[in-house]
Every structure is written in structure tokens, then in C-alpha cells.
Write a protein that binds this ligand. Structure first.
Ligand code: EPU
Length: 349
């Protein structure tokens, strides 16, 4: 059973560098330790919250009640099956290390998701996506611990209900499930996915080139470094809001007023709008700053802590941004970042 400490400040465990103390805090380095800690919380009736790389959370200034566990469950293994490879990674593995490993092996599937901060366990929860792929497309199954019963089971991808930055693990049905490992299904045969506009443009610049998996990773890393702040130096949680999904008629109404608005079809009768573009070209908020909080100069969807911001400052700032977007577009936007320790947030019971 790992050490359980009291009143541990959480700010250093988040990439936004914000947040008060955990009432209780521990680190789980194995499935057994995670299960033991879940038992500790269950016996004492404590809320149970698991964090990974802390790169997609906003922790309240009052901190989080109950037990907060930092997931450091490691281990990577692979199994080849003809042209396919099943790559299994512990949920506490650093995501980009796993991507780098698969790219070095010459396996296709994760390369578009290069250089995303965070851990493996967050990928199915958020259905992490970038440059034309969502991780749910390459997940075979997810191994989980039910904290109410202590039971471990394997959930096939088809039962994970992957949606845009959404999955069963974010909803009521998955509330009690802690992710222990994820198995990805990759391809040993070339399977480049270059249809995302930025990527397509970069490959077109050089004419027809031999596309290798490492080349795709290098290009994605290069595009990202131009748009996203380096989270090792600047407090950020990547995209702070989701791109809004709206009806075709809302999309038409907005395109009439703002003809350049980028949008993508998102299933029957729904359109996904580029909020970064709206914040930038409609609301003129790119680089906008109030006190210690701002929207990044090179990508308006990214909120940055300019140093010393508090969680309530960030929350109020984001509320203002939501109101400004609503004023101009009549569209309600949602946060992409998970809020912890606020009244409305949902840690695991
Ligand atoms: N744009 C602007 N100004 C801005 C930002 C964007 O004009 O300040 C325009 C871009 O030129 C482009 C469009 O808006 O035409 C979309 O921008 P981009 O391709 O950079 O992607 P995004 O929609 O802003 C999404 C994801 C990112 C992911 C990128 C790349 C969400 C909420 N965000 O951003 O994911 O890396 O696509 O695929 O879906 C994350 O979830 O934390 C995240 C970083």
C-alpha cells in the first residue's frame, strides 16, 4: 500500500500550475497499488479522483476533497498479428513516449497524435484527437478497475462510446471505472492519414515525397510547436474549450455573416465549427489578456497562465470568453478542460 499523505498541493501536478491541496494524496505505481488505494477510499467513504499528467484539468483554489491519486502505472508490451500490432500500455505511461516507441518500431496509427502532453490513461477518456485522427479509432480495448467492487475487466472499443472529446468514461456509466491500461491496434503496413488541412499543406509543399511514419511525426511536431506553447515553460492545458457542434441552420446563419468560418461535417445534420477562428476573427480575442490569464497569441483556443493566476481567475476569464462568443454568435461553448474540486465538477465517488 503506497504512502497516503495529507494536504498535498496540486498545482505542481498540473500543467496550468494552478490549484489548492488534495485532502489526501498518493501515487499508484501498479494496478495492485491503484486497487489498494481505491479500497482505502471506499472504506473511509472518501471521494476518489485519479490524475495523470495533469495537462487537461483545472483544480480549484480550495483543492480537492477526498483521495487524489497520481497514476504512474507503467509497462508497454506488444503482440504482432499479421499486419496488425496490438500495443498495450500502462495508463500512467507518458503518452508521447508510447507514440515515439510505436513510430520507432515503424508501426502506423499514433503518429498524428505526436507531442500531445499527458498520459495514456487520458487518451480514451477524452478520446484525444489531433490532425485528423481520434484515438478511439485505434483503440482495441481498455482495461479498467471498478472502484465500487474492486473488479477488473476489459472493455472493447465498441463499448467505449467514443465521441468528440467524449467517451463512456466521462459519463455516468463510466464514473466508477479507473483506466489501468489501453491496448491500441496499429498497422505494420503504411497507412498515412494526411487529410487534415495543415498536414496536407505541409506534405504538398515538397511535392510527392516518400511518406514515412517518422516523417509524419516530425511534421506534426513541427506544426504543433508553431501553434502551441511549450507546456514545460508556460502554464497551459491545450485547447481550453471544445469546438462547438451546431445545427446546419446555425452554421448557415454564421457563414452568411462570417464567410471564412472553417467548419466540418460532424454526423447527420451537425457541423463542427472552429472556435479558434471565431475567437480570433469574430471576437478579436487572440492574444487577449486580463491580469494573469490570456488567450495564446498563436492559437486563440489555448488559454495560458501568464504566471501566478488562480483557478477562480481562470474560471472567471473563461466565463467572460463564453459570454463574448455568445454575444457575437448566439452559440454556447463548452469547456474541454475537466474542472476538479468545483461544485459542478465530477470526481469519482
Ligand atoms: N484559427 C484561427 N485563429 C486561431 C486559431 C485557429 O484562425 O487563433 C483557425 C485555423 O487557421 C484553422 C482553424 O481555426 O483554420 C482550426 O485551427 P487548428 O487547426 O489549429 O485546430 P483547432 O480546431 O483550434 C483542434 C483540437 C486540438 C488539436 C488541433 C489539431 C479541439 C478543442 N482542439 O484545435 O486539440 O491539436 O485541432 O488537430 O478539438 C486539445 O484538445 O487540447 C487540442 C489541443
Amino acid at each position: 500500500m503506497p504512502d497516503v499523505r495529507q494536504r498535498v498541493m496540486l498545482a505542481p501536478y498540473t500543467t496550468l500550475k494552478v490549484g489548492g491541496p488534495a485532502e489526501y494524496f498518493a501515487i499508484a505505481k501498479s494496478e495492485e497499488e491503484m486497487a489498494a488505494l481505491a479500497g482505502f477510499a471506499r472504506e473511509r467513504g472518501l471521494e476518489f479522483t485519479v490524475i495523470g499528467g495533469g495537462s487537461n484539468i483545472l483544480v480549484s483554489d480550495d483543492g480537492i476533497q477526498g483521495l487524489v491519486v497520481k497514476n504512474e502505472i507503467k509497462g508497454v508490451s506488444s503482440e504482432v498479428d499479421g499486419e496488425r500490432v496490438f500495443l498495450k500500455a500502462g495508463s500512467g505511461e507518458i503518452w508521447d513516449d508510447v507514440v515515439a516507441h510505436s513510430v520507432e518500431a515503424g508501426w502506423w496509427g499514433l503518429e498524428n497524435l505526436s507531442a500531445i502532453p499527458g498520459t495514456v490513461g487520458a487518451t480514451p477518456v477524452q478520446n484525444v484527437g489531433a490532425y485528423g485522427i481520434e484515438v478511439g479509432e485505434v483503440i482495441a480495448s481498455v482495461r479498467v478497475l471498478d472502484i465500487t467492487t474492486g473488479e477488473i475487466s476489459e472493455i472493447p472499443a465498441t463499448d467505449c462510446r467514443f465521441g468528440y472529446r467524449d467517451s463512456v468514461f466521462k459519463n455516468e456509466a463510466g464514473r466508477d471505472l479507473i483506466i489501468l491500461s489501453v491496448t491500441y491496434v496499429l498497422s505494420r503496413m503504411p497507412a498515412p492519414r494526411l487529410h487534415y488541412r495543415d498536414l496536407e499543406a505541409r506534405f504538398a509543399e515538397h511535392g510527392p515525397v516518400q511518406v514515412s511514419v517518422s516523417k509524419v511525426r516530425a511534421v506534426v511536431m513541427d506544426i504543433r510547436s508553431g501553434k502551441f506553447p511549450d507546456w514545460k515553460n508556460i502554464g497551459t492545458a491545450g485547447s481550453f474549450f471544445k469546438n462547438p457542434i451546431v445545427s446546419v441552420s446555425d452554421h448557415e446563419r454564421l457563414v452568411d455573416i462570417y464567410p471564412g468560418l472553417p467548419a466540418y461535417t460532424d454526423g447527420e445534420g451537425r457541423m463542427k465549427l472552429s472556435l479558434g477562428w471565431i475567437l480570433d476573427h469574430v471576437c478579436a480575442l487572440r492574444g487577449y489578456r486580463e491580469g494573469n490569464v490570456g488567450l495564446y497569441e498563436r492559437q486563440a483556443l489555448v488559454l495560458v497562465n501568464r504566471g501566478g493566476a488562480t483557478a477562480s481567475e481562470i474560471k472567471n476569464f473563461s466565463k467572460k470568453i463564453r459570454e463574448k462568443v455568445f454575444e457575437k454568435t448566439d452559440i454556447e461553448i463548452e469547456m474541454e478542460v475537466r474542472m476538479l474540486g468545483f461544485d459542478e465538477s465530477n470526481s469519482k465517488k
